[in-house]
Design a protein around this ligand. Structure first.
Ligand SMILES: O=C(O)CCC(=O)C(=O)O
Ligand SMILES: [Fe+2]
Length: 279
């Protein structure tokens, strides 16, 4: 298995992109619509925010899940017992955002959300009829005006040397949502698991956009589109002293959207959050 980078502007990009999602759960796009300078500015602004004490004024609210999640309460991946080495901030357009960071991060949210809607229409277009018949509504419609789509700014701090045994930046997991869109992070480390169990580096050239399938699309497509396991490994050598910032947008349908005979988006999300121990 190989993850090749697909030129978003190429004539056959939609077909190649959807084939890549189908084969690996991942797709990597170059030459896309997201403003790279904006991403760079966001990385440096949020690095400064995570380095400051201001983050403590934005501690997440348990009822709404917007705001800052410190490393001490950050996630333990499903099936794992050791916490990930990360802290993060949840941005929703309706949620709390520090004033000085608001304009850029919301501009990014809009850009990533529109690209994601287009990519979902590519997925819809290249879904075989016998699978598409089970989509309760068109995939791009599922996320239209959704208040649930979440932009997470992740900060993986430099390694201190006293991390818990076995802890890594992000333990192996699958995403819960429909699709995840993220710009290649400020440092490498993201890996995807192949069908035969090996770990493959996701190309991390700055400027590329990485897209992966989440469990909700797997559920809605009756398993046709696989939600693949991925993780973020710890840096080695001199890179241990470096932080890593990444910016995944998790596309979530409106709560009432029917995913399958078994689940709506809301019932699916609640079940998964309970398993994660975050509600
Ligand atoms: O930091 C990354 O590159 C990926 C993070 C991730 O997989 C997640 O937050 O679900
Ligand atoms: Fe993930």
């Amino acid at each position: 298995m190989k993850l090749e980078t697909i030129d978003y502007q190429a004539p056959d990009s939609a077909a190649r992109f959807v084939q890549s999602l189908r084969d690996t759960g991942f797709g990597v796009l170059s030459n896309h619509t997201i403003d790279k300078t904006l991403v760079e500015t966001i990385y440096s602004q949020w690095q400064a925010f995570f380095n400051s004490d201001e983050k403590q004024d934005f501690l997440f609210k348990a009822e709404t899940h917007d705001g800052f999640f410190p490393a001490s309460i950050s996630e333990t991946a499903k099936g794992h017992s050791v916490k990930d080495i990360k802290e993060y901030y949840h941005v929703y357009p309706w949620g709390r955002i520090p004033d000085s960071l608001r304009d850029n991060i919301l501009a990014y949210y809009q850009q990533a959300n529109s690209l994601a809607a287009e990519l979902l229409s590519w997925v819809e277009m290249h879904t075989p009829a016998e699978v598409a018949i089970n989509y309760s509504i068109a995939l791009p419609k599922m996320i239209e005006d959704s208040h649930k789509t979440l932009l997470r700014i992740l900060h993986y701090p430099p390694m201190s040397g006293d991390e818990e045994m076995g802890a890594i930046r992000a333990a192996a997991h699958e995403d819960i949502n429909l699709l995840t869109v993220l710009p290649a992070a400020s440092e490498p480390g993201l890996q995807v698991q192949t069908k035969t169990g090996e770990w493959l580096d996701v190309p991390s050239d700055f400027g590329n956009i990485i897209i992966n399938i989440g469990d909700m699309l797997q559920e809605a497509s009756g398993g046709y589109f696989p939600s693949t396991t991925h993780r973020v490994i710890n840096p080695e050598g001199m890179d241990r002293n470096r932080s890593r910032i990444s910016l995944p947008l998790f596309l979530h349908p409106k709560p009432e959207v029917v995913l399958s005979d078994r689940y709506t988006a809301e019932s699916y999300l609640m079940e998964r959050l309970r398993e994660l121990g975050v509600i």
